[in-house]
Design a protein around this ligand. Structure first.
Ligand SMILES: Cc1ncc(COP(=O)(O)O)c(C=O)c1O
Length: 578
C-alpha cells in the first residue's frame, strides 16, 4: 500500500489582485428576521429532551440551500491500483482500493464516533424504557429554579429597564419553555443543545449566509478550544501553519506542544497581505523550513489581535483567491467581528451615528470569509466572549458538514459540549428575552461603547504621544491599538540590540506607571535586528479617565526613554502637552 501523502494541488496561474479596497459586497440570500419567524412557524414547536440529536437541516430551512453547490471534501479518495494487484485482478488476485486522507490529521482519522452518544437516537423510540445511558435523574439536581436580571432592548444605554429571566426544572414538560433545567443541566450532545443550536444556525444565516449547501455549526467551549481542536483535526507534529506575522499568542502556544510551528505572513495597516501570503507559499522550501508546505491559514480578519487591523472586503477576496490557488483551509477567528466602528476622524471626533436599521447595520459589516467561501474551505470561529461574557465559555464553529462532523466527534469525547448552565442562560437571553432583533440592538450598543473608548484613547495619543518617534493607524474594529516606535532614534541605537531597546522602553513605561505589551511577544517566529518595533495598548476595560492618564504616561515614558525634552510632542514640537 502506498504511504499517506500530503500532495499539494499545483498552484494555478492566477494573479493576486492589487491590495486596495475598491469594491462593495452584497450578501445574496441573507436570512431576514422575518424569515426566521416564518421558518419557525412552518416547522412548529421544537421539542428536544435530554441529549436530543439536532436536525441541522431543519434549522437551516430544508430547501433553502438546496440550489447551492456542495462543499469540497477534504478526505480526498484516491483509487490506487497497485500494479501487482492489477496482475492479480487480471486473473491472479483482487483489486485493492485504498483511501488516503489528504488534509485531516492522523489523529482525526483515528477518531470514531462516540458509541455512547450515538445511542441517544434510540431515546425517541416510542415507549422505550432506557436502562442504557448513565445520565443522572434531574430529581437529584439541587436546582429548582433560577432567575437572572438582564437589560432590555431600548434601554441598553441607560440601563433603566431590566427583565428577570426565569427557568424552572420542568418547563419543557409543562410547555412553558423549550428548554429547562432538567434538560440543560444534564449531559448533552457534542454540538450543544438542539434548542440553542437552532438560534446559532439562524444567526449565522442572518449574518453570513454561507454560499454552499452543506454548511453546519457546532458549539465550542470558546475559540481558544476551537483553535486547539481545529489544529488537531488538520495538523500533525512537524507541520507548519500560517498566520499574520503578529498574532494571538494563544494560537502559537496551542500549536507548539502539538509540534506545529507558525510561519508569519506580512501585514500592513489593512491586515494580512495577500501578496505576502502568496510569496511565502510559492517560495516555501521544505528543506529550509524542515516541514511540508502549510495548508492552514489562521487569521483574525477583524480588529486583529494585536495589530487592531481589519481586512477590507477586497483584501478578503484577494486572500481567498490565494487560499484557492494554494488550496488552503482558512481558520477565520472572529471574536471582534461585531466591534466594527466608524472611522476615527481626528481629535474630538463626533459620536458615531448608529445605522438606521438592522439591515443597514448588517450591510455595514465587512463580509466574512465564510460569506465568500464558495468552496467550503473556511472554518469560522465565533465566540460570545467579547460581546456577551468570556466566562460563558460558549462559541461555535461554522464550516462544511464534513469538518463540523469531525469536530463534533472530537467534542463528544473531550469537551462534550459547552456547559449546559451557560447554554440555558444564553438561550433565555438570546432566544426568549432579546430574540435576533434584540441581539442586534445589543451588538450596536456594544460597538458604540467601544467606539467611544477607542476615540478617548486615540485623542489621548494625538495629545500626548510624540509623533517624532511613534506612529499608528487608527483601529477600525476590536479593542487594540498598535503603536510603532522608531527605535533607530533611541540614544542606545547602534550600541545595543533591538531587544534591549524594546525592553528599555517597556521598563520606562512601567516606571512611569503604565503597561503596554511588547510587540515581539506576538511574533510567532521572533523578531530580528532591523524589524520594526511595536507596542500594543488596549482600551477594552480601563476606565476612560485612566485610559487618558495611561496614554499620557506612555508619552512621558517615550520622551524619557528617547531623551526628548518635556513638551516636545509633535515632529516640530508644535503640539502642546495638555
Ligand atoms: C484573536 C482571539 N481569538 C480568541 C480569543 C479567545 O476567545 P475565547 O474566549 O472564545 O476562547 C481571543 C481573546 O483574547 C482573541 O484575541
Amino acid at each position: 500500500m502506498a504511504a499517506a501523502s500530503r500532495t499539494m494541488v499545483p498552484p494555478a496561474a492566477i494573479d493576486v489582485l492589487p491590495e486596495s479596497d475598491t469594491s462593495t459586497f452584497t450578501l445574496p440570500d441573507r436570512l431576514t428576521i422575518q424569515g426566521v419567524a416564518k421558518r419557525r412557524a412552518a416547522e412548529g414547536r421544537l421539542v428536544a429532551g435530554v441529549a436530543a440529536l439536532a436536525d441541522v437541516d431543519r434549522f437551516k430551512g430544508r430547501s433553502v440551500h438546496a440550489h447551492k453547490p456542495k462543499a469540497r471534501r477534504w478526505d480526498r479518495k484516491y483509487c490506487l491500483i497497485d500494479r501487482l494487484m492489477i496482475m492479480k485482478y487480471l486473473g491472479f488476485g483482487s483489486l485493492t482500493v485504498i483511501s488516503i486522507s489528504d488534509r485531516f490529521s492522523p489523529e482525526s482519522n483515528r477518531r470514531l464516533p462516540s458509541s455512547l452518544k450515538g445511542a441517544a437516537q434510540y431515546l425517541k423510540t416510542p415507549g422505550i424504557i432506557s436502562l442504557g445511558g448513565g445520565l443522572p435523574s434531574s430529581e437529584y439536581f439541587p436546582f429548582e429554579e433560577f432567575n437572572v436580571k438582564v437589560p432590555v432592548p431600548g434601554s441598553f444605554d441607560n440601563k433603566t429597564n431590566h427583565a428577570v429571566m426565569s427557568a424552572g426544572k420542568h418547563d419543557l414538560a409543562q410547555g412553558t419553555s423549550d428548554f429547562d433545567i432538567a434538560t440543560a443541566f444534564n449531559y448533552g450532545q457534542g454540538y450543544g443543545s438542539a434548542q440553542f443550536l437552532r438560534w446559532i444556525i439562524e444567526h449565522t444565516e442572518i449574518i453570513h449566509s454561507p454560499p454552499y449547501q452543506d454548511w453546519s455549526c457546532t458549539m465550542t467551549v470558546g475559540s481558544t478550544s476551537a483553535i486547539d481542536m481545529g489544529m488537531r483535526m488538520f495538523c500533525k507534529s512537524g507541520d507548519w501553519i500560517l498566520s499574520e506575522e503578529f498574532t494571538f499568542p494563544t494560537a502559537v502556544e496551542s500549536a507548539a506542544p502539538q509540534g506545529v510551528k507558525v510561519a508569519g505572513v506580512g501585514v500592513d495597516a489593512g491586515g494580512l497581505r495577500a501578496n505576502a501570503l502568496d510569496k511565502v507559499l510559492a517560495e516555501w522550501d521544505e528543506a529550509v523550513r524542515g516541514g511540508p508546505k502549510p495548508f492552514i491559514l489562521y487569521t483574525v480578519p477583524t480588529g486583529q489581535n494585536p495589530t487592531g487591523s481589519t481586512q477590507s472586503a477586497q483584501r478578503r477576496k484577494e486572500v481567498y483567491a490565494v487560499a484557492q490557488k494554494h488550496d488552503l483551509i482558512i481558520f477565520e477567528d472572529e471574536p471582534y467581528y461585531f466591534l466594527q466602528m466608524d472611522p476615527y476622524t481626528g481629535l474630538n471626533s463626533p459620536a458615531a451615528t448608529p445605522p438606521a436599521s438592522h439591515a443597514d447595520f448588517l450591510a455595514s459589516l465587512v463580509p466574512s470569509y465564510l460569506s465568500i467561501d464558495t468552496d467550503g474551505r473556511v472554518m469560522r470561529l465565533d465566540s460570545f466572549s467579547k460581546v456577551i461574557a468570556p466566562g460563558s465559555r460558549v462559541g461555535w464553529i461554522t464550516a462544511s458538514e464534513q469538518i463540523v462532523e469531525r469536530y463534533r466527534q472530537h467534542a463528544d469525547v473531550s469537551t462534550q459540549s459547552p456547559s449546559g448552565m451557560s447554554q440555558l442562560v444564553l438561550f433565555k437571553l438570546l432566544e426568549e428575552q432579546w430574540g435576533h432583533p434584540g441581539y442586534l440592538d445589543w451588538l450596536l450598543h456594544i460597538r458604540a461603547e467601544y467606539t467611544a473608548r477607542r476615540n478617548v484613547l486615540l485623542d489621548a495619543c494625538e495629545l500626548h504621544v510624540p509623533k517624532s518617534i511613534a506612529s499608528w493607524s487608527p483601529p477600525a474594529a476590536g479593542m487594540f491599538h498598535w503603536v510603532r516606535v522608531d527605535y533607530t532614534k533611541h540614544p542606545s541605537y547602534g550600541s545595543v540590540g533591538r531587544a534591549e531597546i524594546e525592553e528599555a522602553i517597556f521598563q520606562a513605561n512601567v516606571r512611569h506607571g503604565t503597561l503596554l505589551m511588547k510587540g515581539s511577544w506576538f511574533c510567532p517566529e521572533g523578531q530580528r535586528e532591523g524589524d520594526a518595533m511595536f507596542f500594543r495598548a488596549t482600551y477594552a476595560a480601563t476606565p476612560l479617565g485612566d485610559i487618558k492618564e495611561g496614554v499620557r504616561r506612555f508619552g512621558e515614558a517615550l520622551r524619557d526613554a528617547f531623551g526628548l525634552e518635556k513638551g516636545f510632542d509633535g515632529e516640530n514640537g508644535s503640539v502642546a502637552v495638555k
